[in-house]
Design a protein around this ligand. Structure first.
Ligand SMILES: C[S@@+](CC[C@H](N)C(=O)[O-])C[C@H]1O[C@@H](n2cnc3c(N)ncnc32)[C@H](O)[C@@H]1O
Length: 213
């Protein structure tokens, strides 16, 4: 299996240029996430990619940290933040499992389009819970699979995935049913507050979970 950091590093420039696939769903995700954020909060985004979401959301909170396993993604995110003069956001290269902020826990951790890419999801959820304040929120949006209306392009991609992975052209991917993902999040001391679906043709649940005290 291809190394995640190296794979995503190689994708970083291309990823930065890709348009948002579904603008309406993305705007709805941002709006619903903002609903939960407050001006005095510290927020960590894991797997932040090139910082697009961070730069949309950082104005809503006091301090925003974006982290990603790929140095290339973080370099682009940091350049974008500098160009925009975003002063309350910092980007750090780190895998989810490496984040360590137990002394200054976060009010919220965000992880978008990420959980299906993590080979050790249980370990990573444990680490996410450990850096959150009691009552803090874990907000995620995760690709869980193709719905009955999935476009042909996505069906073909799913068929080709194992071959692409063997050739090092696709990352680790593990698709879980929404119910399984929900159960896994709950098993790490979270209660799920809401699940929404902003994308209709694929299964991409937006899940808001609160860390139990
Ligand atoms: C599909 S991209 C999503 C990026 C961004 N969250 C978005 O929604 O556009 C997945 C991101 O997760 C990062 N990633 C993959 N495995 C990771 C890990 N174990 N820890 C932290 N980041 C990881 C990749 O480098 C990549 O930037």
């Amino acid at each position: 299996m291809v190394d995640s950091g190296k794979f995503w590093d190689a994708q970083a420039e291309k990823y930065a240029k890709q348009p948002i696939a579904n603008e309406a769903a993305y705007a709805a995700t941002l709006d619903r996430t903002r609903y939960y954020l407050e001006e005095d909060q510290r927020v960590l985004e894991v797997g932040c990619g090139t910082g697009t979401t961070a730069l949309h959301l950082c104005d809503s909170v006091h301090e925003y940290v974006g982290s990603d396993i790929s140095q290339g993604m973080i370099r682009i995110a940091s350049e974008k933040a500098f160009e925009r003069g975003a002063s309350n956001v910092a980007f750090k290269a780190a895998a989810v499992g490496e984040i360590a902020n137990k002394n200054t826990p976060f009010d919220a951790v965000l992880g978008f389009n990420l959980l299906h890419l993590l080979p050790s999801l249980d370990d990573d959820l444990k680490r996410i819970a450990s850096v959150l304040k009691p009552g803090g929120l874990f907000i995620s949006k995760t690709f869980c699979g193709l719905g009955p209306k999935a476009p042909l392009k996505w069906r073909l991609m799913k068929l080709a995935l194992p071959i692409m992975q063997m050739l090092g052209k696709a990352p680790y991917v593990r698709l879980r049913k929404e119910s399984e993902l929900r159960g896994q999040i709950e098993s790490h001391g979270f209660e799920v507050l809401e699940i929404r679906h902003f994308v209709t043709e694929l299964s991409v649940p937006f899940i808001v979970a609160r860390k139990l005290a």
